[in-house]
Every structure is written in C-alpha cells, then in structure tokens.
Design a protein around this ligand. Structure first.
Ligand code: SF4
Length: 473
C-alpha cells in the first residue's frame, strides 16, 4: 500500500474532492473531433484518462464520433479482458435499514416492505441453492442498521465460506454495505472478504441532500464519499465504487466516478477494483422522478466512455438491466455480470420464478437462470469465468495492477477462466450448455501458442475431467 500523503492522512475527516463548478464547466466544453481521436489513442495505449479527456468524449455526440468511441471501447475491452466475463450472484442478508433513501423500497418509511434478516440456517439454505447452480462468487448485501455491524457481516462472510455441498463452494465473498470506520474494515478484512462496494448513489451535492434525508446516517455525504478511502487504509484494497444513474445528469456522474477513481489512484497508488452503474428501477412504494432517467442509447455511451476512461477497472452490469441491453454493453466494456440473480430475502429457495416486489429492493430486468445466461455467453463467443485466483493468491489492489498493466494477467485469466468453466460444465451445466462450453474451450485452446503454458492448461483440464477441482494459477 502506497504511503498516504501526509496532508491527506492529517485531514482524516475526509476530503470532498467533487468540485461541481469544475465538472459542470467541463460539461459545457464544445465537442472537438480531433481531440476525441487523440484521447481515444491514449485509451488504446491503455492509459487512464484525465477527467477533462472523459468530458471531451461525453461532448462527442455526432453519430460518427459515438461509433468511433464504441469501436474503440470494443477493441480496448478485447485487448485488456479478452473474451472473459466474470460471473457472480448477489445474496441479500437483511433489509432492515435506518436510512430513508427516496429511491429504495428498503427505506425505513416504507411500511409495506416485509422486513427480514436471514439467520444462519436461512443463509445456509440460500448458499446451498447457489452452490447447487454452480456459483463460486457472491456479493452479500445489507441495509444500513446497527444490527448489521462489522462483526455481524464478518460472521456472515465466514459462515458463507464454511458452507460446502459436494463440489459446491463459494470461493470469493464481496460486500455491498454501508461505509465503516477503520476498525470495522479491519474486522471484515480479517474474514477474508474480496471487494468492499460502496456506491455514492449521486455525487451531486444538492440531489444527494434531496434524496437522502439529513437526519439519517446516509445523509452524511462526506462520510460516504470517504468510505472506500478508509477501507483502503484498513488494507481492504479491492474496493468498488458506483453511482445510481437516473438521480442526476448521467454525464456529471460519469465525470464524478472518473474523478473518484483518479483520487484513489493518487492517494493510494491504485484505483477502484470495480465501477458499477446501476440505473434507477421501479421499486415498491417508490415514486420515480423521471427528469434524469438515462435512455438505453446514453447508457451504452456511458459504459463505453467509462471503459475508455479506466482501462484496468472492472465494469459491472447487473441484472437490473434487461438481457438484450446487457448483451450489447458487454461488447464494449462490461467485464463482470451477475446471473441467475434473486434480490428478495430468501429468494433463491422461496421466491419461485416470479419476482416478489414486496420483498425486493428494486425490480430486476433479467431473471434468466445461470445456465441460460452461460449458454448465451458461450454462443456469443465469451468465456464465462468463476475465477477467484488473484484475490486468493494476494494479487489485490496495487499487486493486481502490477500484473494487469503489463498484460501478464492474460496468461493467468484465460487459463483460470477455462478451468472454472470446465468445472461448471461437468458439475452443473445442462446438456446444451455443456456442448456449447466444450466447443468454446476447444476454440480457446486452439488459439494458444504451443508450449509449457498450453500443456499445463491441458493437464489441469484433464485433471478436472478426472475429478479434481479448484485448480488455478
Ligand atoms: S438504499 Fe440502502 S441505505 Fe438507502 S434505504 Fe435502501 S437499503 Fe437503506
């Protein structure tokens, strides 16, 4: 971990690095086709963009410029991530919440919402159901409530790791929860979490005040903004940031996410592990203000521009989005998706096929099964991956970047993706998905140059066919 700049350490109450006048000013700058090409060239060299450069891409609205940006994002995605898509599933642990966020069905003033906190046995049933489908990576989701303190979350994480069913196991547990203090992060870190995700929801101060009542914990803009910085200081060096698109001008939120990423890079030597861009969705008892809702076309632009702005940061598109749109944005930027997701409490065993809005935080756009999603990915030429090796081998935060930036990661990610895929095909896949998967593995192996690395992979795949599991580099 890079030593904190002394000035930053001393101003420990957190720094509000979101300069609205500067960001709004950048959004007024006129489009410049020549500049757009220069900036795209910088991205293609895999160099993160400055916020001014991201603003120039946002200003490019001519159809031919937008197509240039899409084409560049497609190429950069292939160059850095190849054709891998990392898969995970959310597991909601509790929807008690002391906050009152206007856009959320779990807000405290929503009396219609059925409140519940999963107990150990509930969690065991949910995890067994997820393992039984083939999942290996989970994100646990909590409301903000005194009952969900760091000790409780750490216990949940340890419990999830302890649940095994035949060949089923969860190998990486991420958290999406409220900001903690340094001690709290150290507590969850000790439970071996992967990424700690905190979304600012909106970086626009006035909008933030409007949708997060001041007498709630989440009403404290700076405490939240500084949340992932404290996590990094407590050695939780894989952090995820995000904004809830539709609360304010999407272009402003994109500039703010890039500003946040560069701020972490400057002070901690590494940016966020992931960026998420959920769009506002219908939710029980929520009246959606449609002023800033993001169209599908603008959503595609925001993904492509984030891809070009932060070449090495994972981009997550969740099942909030409908299948077809997810399919499109995977081509030019998205590197991680959830699949076979349920967002109801107990949803993996109790909700059946239909969504149960009175038990959900928001409505999902994609409720296809994991197997269906896997098959579509394979048919589209992607390699679905359940890889967890970097985090388990300590390649996190800055160490991860030391592998990612020079491109070594390709030598690790593809073989690991193929071994986790092979496990899935043998243990969980439907016959159609298995056939598509076997073909995809053959094609990938055919692309690899002959040599020790290819032979090692072939050996590992054979060992998996012969019953071994969890082989990775
Ligand atoms: S968004 Fe999160 S903090 Fe806000 S009410 Fe919903 S669960 Fe609570």
């Amino acid at each position: 971990m890079t030593l904190l700049s002394e000035k930053y350490r001393l101003s420990r109450s957190g720094v509000d690095f979101i300069d609205e006048a500067q960001l709004h000013g950048l959004l007024e700058s006129p489009a410049d086709a020549g500049k757009v090409r220069e900036i795209i060239a910088k991205s293609m060299a895999k160099r993160p963009l400055a916020v001014e450069e991201t603003a120039a891409l946002l200003a490019a609205t001519a159809p031919e410029q937008i197509e240039e940006i899409f084409a560049a994002a497609r190429q950069l995605k292939r160059d850095v991530y190849g054709n891998r898509i990392v898969l995970f599933a959310p597991l909601y642990i509790g929807n008690e919440c002391t906050n009152d966020c206007h856009y959320c069905a779990f807000r405290r003033s929503n009396r219609e919402q059925i409140r519940r906190t999963l107990d150990e046995e509930d969690i065991r049933r949910q995890v067994l159901a997820l393992e039984g489908k083939g999942h290996k990576r989970l994100i646990l989701v909590f409301g903000e409530h005194p009952d969900y303190d760091a000790r409780f979350m750490a216990e949940c994480v340890r419990h999830v790791y302890s649940i095994h069913s035949g060949r089923g196991e969860i190998r990486r547990v991420n958290l999406n929860a409220a900001p903690l203090d340094h001690e709290g992060y150290a507590t969850v870190k000790a439970a071996n979490i992967g990424t700690y995700q905190i979304f600012q929801e909106t970086y626009h101060h006035e909008t933030y005040r409007k949708v997060h009542p001041p007498n709630t914990r989440k009403g404290d803009y700076l405490w939240r903004l500084d949340g992932v910085a404290r996590a990094m200081e407590a050695e939780c060096d894989d952090v995820g940031i995000g904004a809830l698109f539709g609360l304010y001008d999407w272009r402003f939120e994109v500039l703010s996410l890039v500003t946040h990423a560069l701020h972490l890079q400057k002070h901690y030597g590494v940016g966020p592990h992931t960026i998420s861009f959920p769009r506002l969705r219908p939710a029980q008892g929520v009246h959606l203000d449609e002023t800033y809702l993001v169209s599908d076309d603008d959503f595609k632009r925001l993904v492509a521009i984030l891809r070009l702005s932060a070449p090495y940061t994972g981009l997550i598109c969740t099942a909030r989005e409908p299948p077809q749109l997810r399919r499109e944005v995977m081509a030019f930027g998205v590197s991680q998706i959830d699949a076979g997701s349920r967002v109801e409490l107990g949803g993996y065993t109790e909700a059946g096929d239909a969504q149960v809005v009175e038990r959900e935080q928001f409505e999902l756009g994609d409720i296809r099964s994991l197997d269906e999603t896997m098959r579509e990915l394979l048919v589209d030429g992607y390699i679905p991956s359940f890889c967890t090796s970097c985090y388990r081998l300590g390649r996190t935060g800055e160490q991860f970047m030391e592998f990612a930036i020079p491109g070594f990661i390709q030598n690790l990610c593809t073989p690991n993706a193929l071994t986790t895929l092979m496990e899935y095909l043998i243990d969980y896949a439907s016959p159609e998905t298995r056939a598509a998967g076997e073909r995809a593995i053959e094609i990938e192996i055919g692309k690899l140059p002959d040599g020790a690395r290819k032979q090692q992979l072939l050996d590992r795949l054979n060992r998996i066919r012969n019953g071994e599991r969890d082989l990775y580099v």
